[in-house]
Design a protein around this ligand. Structure first.
Ligand code: KG4
Ligand code: ZN
Length: 342
């Protein structure tokens, strides 16, 4: 049976809508919110208001670009959580309105599962590589850092998770300390290309199992800067590229170390990554290298599927739809992953 799904994503600061025909992407529109840049981080209240302004034009554009009308849509997949409640509320409420108006069923999606399942999307003119089950996904976003064992499109087991900061937060917070604009991850990535990754040594965490920790690295980065700036006020400016390269190198080392142990212990060779930080060139290169060394098949997402987008929400919604999982009109957004039922 052919299924056409409209996806809606509004968990943080990007308003996005996409249309998928089975797993084939017909459109994927994203309105990013520039309003947060001057504050150096996402301001939840401003994000909700911007979503409210963006959501109708974004959904309208996604439908038009796909050449579809609401009559063609079999279900609306929406991000229920985790994320900022005010932001999620805009997407959830809008979905309910559209569902009532068009008599279209709703399918709720866990944002993080969306990032993972983006690996099953194909483009109209090109098939993309899909991992086989079970595979491991290194999920690295602004709010989460996890190793997830994926046994089917509906079965996820978190094998390791961060006990404090996420990898994206480590990038963003260290960038802030250096006076770089928000979000810091892509800026560090760019500056790192010119720097020496071995110029500085930062702390590696000691955590049990496959869990991660990035707060020690953040502190060690902060202390290095604080001590050096006392000697030379221009230290950061002079060493920006080396600082970025060394920081990125350390984050990538930390991420791949546990992933490698998990892959070995679980005997899994299909390794995927997803989430905003999976756009990082150091991480992408590091995973490809690790793949060669350890005999993995490595799956890197297309850049457009790394940061938040509704295509991945529609993809995850497709699998839930096929499994007969629908949401009722009393569904409400959830902020934290632990509150999600799946
Ligand atoms: O998945 P995402 O778009 O939003 C969340 O669900 O959190 O991830 C955003 C995070 C931010 O921390 C941002 O700095 C980081 O992804 N990011 C990067 C890069 N592009 C985005 N971090 C490192 N290198 C990049 N190229
Ligand atoms: Zn995300």
């Amino acid at each position: 049976m052919d299924i056409t799904i409209l996806g809606i994503e509004s968990s943080c600061d990007d308003t996005s809508a996409a249309v998928l025909h089975n797993n084939i992407l017909l459109s994927n529109c994203i309105a990013s919110q520039a309003v947060h840049i001057k504050y150096g981080g996402v301001i939840p209240e401003l994000a909700s208001r911007a979503h409210q302004q963006n959501i109708i034009p974004v959904v309208d554009t996604a439908l038009k670009e796909a050449g579809k009308t609401l009559d063609d849509i079999d279900a609306i997949a929406f991000t229920r959580g985790p994320g900022l409640v005010g932001s999620l509320l805009v997407g959830v409420s809008f979905t309910k309105g559209l569902s009532i108006a068009g008599n279209i069923p709703m399918v709720e999606v866990n944002h993080l599962q969306g990032h993972i399942l983006s690996h099953f999307i194909d483009l109209p003119d090109r098939k993309l590589p899909h991992p086989d089950f079970p595979f491991l996904c290194l999920l690295v976003s602004g709010g989460h850092t996890q190793i997830v064992k994926v046994s089917s499109p509906l079965e996820f087991e978190i094998v390791g998770t961060t006990i404090d900061d996420a990898a994206g937060e480590a990038f963003d917070k260290c960038a802030k300390v250096m006076g770089l604009p928000y979000p810091g991850g892509p800026v560090i990535d760019k500056l790192a290309q010119e720097g020496n990754p071995k110029a500085f040594n930062f702390a590696h965490p000691h955590v049990d199992g496959y869990d991660y920790s990035f707060s020690g690295l953040k502190t060690s980065f902060l202390y290095t800067l604080r001590d050096a700036v006392k000697e030379d006020p221009d230290f950061v400016e002079k060493n920006k590229a080396d600082l970025c390269a060394s920081l990125q190198h350390t984050i990538v080392e930390i991420l791949i170390k546990n992933l490698r142990r998990a892959a070995k212990d679980l005997g899994i060779r299909d390794i995927a990554t997803g989430g905003g930080v999976s756009a990082n060139s150091g991480l992408r290169n590091g995973l490809v290298e690790a793949g060669k060394k350890y005999g993995w098949r490595v799956f890197l997402p297309e850049f457009k599927f790394t940061t938040d987008n509704a295509a991945m929400i529609a993809m995850a919604g497709y699998f839930r739809y096929r499994n007969g999982e629908f949401s009722s009109l009393d569904v409400s957004p959830v902020a934290r992953l632990e509150e999600m039922q799946h």
